[in-house]
Design a protein around this ligand. Structure first.
Ligand SMILES: [Zn+2]
Length: 1010
């Protein structure tokens, strides 16, 4: 036979696109439309329905950026349509290639109840099935004129990302608002053809593919292009046989779950996400009614809480659907947060508040953590997931790696403490599946565990900006349920998938350590004020809980549960994976900075009230310490009258020399050159030099930083090739503070920016602290500060949640070479046997390390990442005054680096009072760190104490509560009792003996005697 494959494919493609799809709605009549345009913020639907509406003509431009236009559609179903299925069709001016990233709308009936959403690939509204004829129809559509910011020319700087700078130009023109007859057989025919067309493209040239091609030709041979709806059944009959052929017994099994990954803020502000979530949820509960097999999963308690507050009517429908087991709460977190930067306590609260919401609202406890899209995953997570009661973890993002292909799809992921969590990445490589033939084939072809396991997960639906699953996708799923040549597709709760996968994989492969994303490395630095706000507020809230719990136990202070919960939830929302990483529009970050200021102010007020209750009224200066290490003689959680503290007798000597300045105390001696660079930092006891010979530390380095894509997200490796060392000096001066601290002030100017650094050495401290204020006016630059250390470190040791992670300093393999920018929390340590140095910070998350060769040997150059200046999506990213505090710890090990980092982040407080007070909780045991002291979330008045092992080794110790204790128990991170032997805890006078393994996190509950 002659080869007619190309001819058949061309024929099917053209007829499908030009004739069949347009015939799905056969006849239509236009609505009478009027509208009311609102600039600025949206209003409540009930209010909107009562507005004055004015005439609107289809095709007229509408919608300035971020405005809301309410359209009213009125019409009458023609009598001739009686018995037909009638729908409304609305095209707001959509670009069907950009679903979720432009205008969209939510449809209401005249009584204010919602129908469903409309978006680029979902333009229909159900009207009547079957129609009676002559019924009058009225709809209101709340349309949002969200501007396209990531369109056909992505990553262009734009002022449209903030309502304050957006242009008043109208962005969209409607194309149609009609009543129309829906032809079910034509719709089904289009899906039959699409599925077969996509399937054959993935098949080898063999009998199955040839039979499909012939069936496609046969179907079109009987289709009359002038009478499509009448002849569609005959065409479908020609396809029935090839569609009835069943999948092979070894076919890959796809566990599909309807989904819409909705970013809690990104290229839209939080207020728009509130509406996005309501739109998608209303469409999805509607969809559940059309397909009884379909299941829809939605994560993020915050998003449910928004629907509850802002669209209670939609929430009722969601609640019913959850109760029927078809709308699945997923993930058990408050939001899909970043997991690299939030503190340990923050991640615990993500789980705690998330699961608390799902339990209270739906009686559901999520079994797994659902994070398809965050930018890399901390190696502390496996333990935290396990201790919060989760049994599985789902993500996808690592398939975006620039360089290395991750070797597993279903595996055990082992964290820093040795905990393992059963993990799955969909082999389809997407969290926005459309169930296309290529996606389905890819899932099967790429799946790495096929030797032992049978399937993978597919989250199906439009995501990022919302939309969810369409009827075309559910139609495809029906056809792919059991089809020869394809993987099988079944709607399934991810819990069911994980149960089966666990049974199939008796010995799953194991991945140890962080799941580093080889992309989006600059998210550790972009939008510095957002990072700073996160670090500051998460420390303030832990401190507020400590003082409130202490005051409640000692003086009956009323613990402000509601207020603390609300503040935590605000901080948790802003840890969302496009907010804390600094990748949202200007509007989002402007609001976030204001919210952090509000949270900080409220937390300070709570702290002040609790502290006042603890120290009483008086005029004596009392020093209080919230840091988990004794500071200047004040124990953790204590207040001590300053007069009772040992007076400071140590001093700092500061001298000016020809070369510069020398600052020296009992522990260390630091030399600062005339141009403000640190040329020497010696530990006095050993005489050991910290700075590499001939090198200078505290060197600010400015790089050109224009990545190939994703400006706020990415720094590409070549950024290192263009660098300017900032040596030019405006001024330098030396002074000594009243407390003996020596201070060198350095001022510099470069291009349009200025920077002022205060280098200080305090008596009795081995930290050279640097307080930096930068007036930053750069474009596409990356500012680093370098510390070339005379240390031959095999690893860096960087703090993560409840411990640290080690990364090798060499780049032997592509995996290590890809980690050219990595994360830390409050410290990074470089150490060789016998000596180490650490860099600590109060708001920095990114750093890089190079292993440089000098004449003296290999040294370790550690550079902190301070500021960037990307122009997309926020064209003004980080412009203006920016503050950083960091320091060099001269002669450090893991314990002293942990301590120095914690102290820097929990500043001293002194206030006037009558008396000091002892800590409510003390901890004994080398390396055991007190992480949290709070009252239980169940408001029972019980005390919750969390500790962790910080040094990476086994330790025995005690946790002591200094108030009469009735009962002690071990609890989970959700504050649930631990069943079995692990939950029973003996106490003796409020003291509990504990034995911790490396990095173990332990949470205890204490009930007080009344
Ligand atoms: Zn996302």
């Amino acid at each position: 036979m002659h080869d007619d494959i190309a001819l058949t494919l061309g024929r099917v493609t053209r007829v499908l696109e030009e004739r069949i799809r347009p015939a799905i709605h056969s006849v239509s009549v236009p609505f009478t439309v009027d509208c009311h345009e609102l600039l600025g913020e949206p209003i409540a639907p009930a209010q909107a329905l009562g507005l004055e509406y004015t005439d609107y003509r289809i095709g007229t431009a509408w919608g300035a950026a971020w405005g809301t236009t309410w359209f009213r559609l009125r019409g009458t179903v023609p009598a001739a349509w009686a018995g037909k299925r009638v729908e409304a069709l609305v095209d707001l001016g959509f670009d069907t290639n950009l679903t979720g990233f432009q205008c969209e709308g939510l449809v209401y009936r005249g009584n204010g109840t919602t129908v469903k959403a409309i978006n680029p690939r979902n333009q229909w509204i159900p009207v009547a099935d079957p129609a009676a004829g002559e019924e009058s129809v009225e709809y209101f559509i709340e349309t949002a004129a969200n501007p396209v910011l990531l369109g056909h020319h992505p990553f262009q700087p734009t002022a449209e990302g903030d309502i304050r700078t957006a242009s008043p130009r109208k962005l969209y023109s409607t194309r149609r608002m009609d009543l129309a007859v829906f032809e079910p057989e034509v719709h089904e025919l289009s899906l039959d053809l699409e599925v077969l067309l996509e399937l054959q493209a993935e098949l080898p040239e063999g009998p199955r593919r040839m039979r499909i091609l012939q069936a496609l030709d046969n179907a079109l041979d009987v289709l009359d292009l002038q009478r499509i709806s009448e002849t569609a059944p005959a065409a479908r009959a020609e396809l029935a046989e090839v569609l009835a052929k069943r999948a092979g017994e070894s076919a890959h099994r796809i566990s599909a779950v309807g989904h819409s990954h909705i970013d809690s803020a990104w290229l839209w502000p939080v207020r728009e996400t509130i509406r996005k979530v309501a739109r998608t949820a209303s469409s999805m509960v509607e969809m559940l009614g059309y397909d009884k097999e379909f299941l829809y999963g939605m994560s993020s308690a915050q998003q449910y809480a928004w629907i509850k507050e802002h669209r209670p009517e939609v929430y009722d429908r969601v609640k019913d659907a959850v109760a029927s087991g078809r709308f699945l709460p997923l993930g058990g977190m408050w939001v899909e947060s970043d997991t690299v930067m939030p503190s340990g306590e923050s991640l615990v609260r993500q789980f705690h508040y998330g699961q608390q919401f799902f339990r209270e609202e739906f009686g559901v406890t999520c079994a797994g953590v659902w994070l398809p899209d965050s930018f890399g995953y901390s190696p502390a997570l496996p333990q935290l997931m396990k201790r919060a009661g989760f049994t599985w973890f789902f993500t996808q993002k690592i398939s975006w790696n620039q360089q290395n292909t991750f070797p597993h799809h279903t595996f055990d992921w082992e964290g820093i403490d040795g905990s393992r969590v059963f993990t799955h990445f969909p082999s389809m490589d997407t969290y926005n599946s459309q169930l296309s033939g290529s996606e389905v084939a890819r899932a099967s072809r790429q799946f790495r565990e096929s030797r032992h396991a049978t399937g993978s997960i597919a989250p199906v639906g439009w995501g990022d900006g919302g939309g969810g699953t369409t009827r075309e996708m559910t139609g495809k799923a029906r056809r792919l349920a059991d089809l020869e040549g394809s993987a099988t597709v079944k709607w399934e709760h991810p819990d069911e998938f994980f149960k089966r996968a666990k049974a199939e994989l008796e010995n799953p492969p194991v991945w140890v350590g962080e799941l580093y994303l080889e992309l989006h490395r600059a998210t550790l630095t972009s939008q510095h004020r957002t990072k700073q706000g996160n670090r500051r507020t998460e420390h303030l809230l832990v401190e507020a809980e400590l003082w409130c719990a202490t005051a409640a136990a000692y003086s009956g202070f009323e613990y402000p549960h509601d207020e603390i919960d609300e503040l935590w939830k605000t901080v948790l929302l802003h840890q969302f994976h496009d907010i804390l990483p600094g990748t949202s529009i200007a509007w989002v970050h402007r609001e976030v900075v204001a919210e952090y200021a509000r949270v900080a102010q409220a937390a300070e007020a709570i702290i002040a009230a609790a502290q006042a209750a603890l120290v009483g009224r008086g005029e004596r200066p009392i020093a209080l310490n919230a840091a988990p290490f004794t500071r200047s003689g004040v124990r953790t959680g204590a207040g001590t009258a300053v007069a009772e503290l040992a007076p400071v007798t140590e001093t700092v000597t500061a001298t000016e020399t020809a070369a510069g300045f020398v600052l020296s105390n009992a522990l260390v001696t630091v030399a600062i050159s005339r141009d403000g660079l640190v040329t020497s930092a010696i530990e006095n006891a050993t005489g050991r030099e910290t700075i590499a010979a001939g090198k200078e530390a505290n060197l600010l380095q400015l790089h050109q930083d224009f990545p190939n894509k994703w400006d706020a997200w990415d720094v590409d490796k070549f950024y290192r090739n263009q660098v300017t060392d900032l040596r030019e000096l405006d001024s330098i001066s030396l002074s000594t503070d009243a407390d003996g601290t020596a201070r060198v002030v350095v001022e510099r100017s470069f291009s349009a920016s200025t920077v002022r650094q205060e280098l200080t050495l305090a008596p009795g401290s081995r930290v050279l602290q640097i307080e930096q204020s930068t007036d930053w006016h750069e474009t596409e630059k990356f500012l680093k500060v370098a510390f070339p250390l005379d240390i031959r470190a095999e690893h860096t040791v960087a703090e993560t949640q409840f411990g640290y992670q080690k990364r090798v300093t060499h780049v032997n393999t592509s995996w290590e070479a890809a980690k050219f920018e990595t994360s830390m929390h409050r410290f990074v340590l470089a150490e060789e046997p016998g000596f180490g140095a650490a860099l600590i910070n109060d708001s920095i998350y990114g750093f890089d390390v190079t292993r440089d060769s000098t004449e003296a040997g290999v040294m370790t150059n550690v550079r902190l990442s301070l500021l960037r200046a990307p122009r997309f999506p926020d064209p003004e990213t980080d412009q203006g005054i920016q503050g950083h505090r960091y320091g060099l710890v001269i002669g450090a090990d893991i314990a002293s680096a942990t301590e120095a980092g914690a102290l820097l982040n929990s500043p001293e407080r002194t206030l006037a009072g009558a008396h000091g007070f002892d800590p409510l909780v003390t901890v004994e045991g080398t390396g055991i760190v007190l992480s949290s002291v709070k009252l239980a979330g169940d408001r029972s008045g019980d005390l919750v104490v969390r500790v962790y092992e910080s040094l990476g080794r086994r330790v025995a110790g005690t946790v002591n509560v200094h108030r009469p204790v009735e009962r002690a128990s071990a609890i989970t991170l959700l504050e649930d009792p631990i069943e079995g032997p692990g939950g029973t805890v003996e106490h003796s006078g409020g003291s509990v003996a504990i034995a911790l393994t490396a990095f173990e996190v332990r949470t205890l509950r204490f009930t007080f005697k009344d």
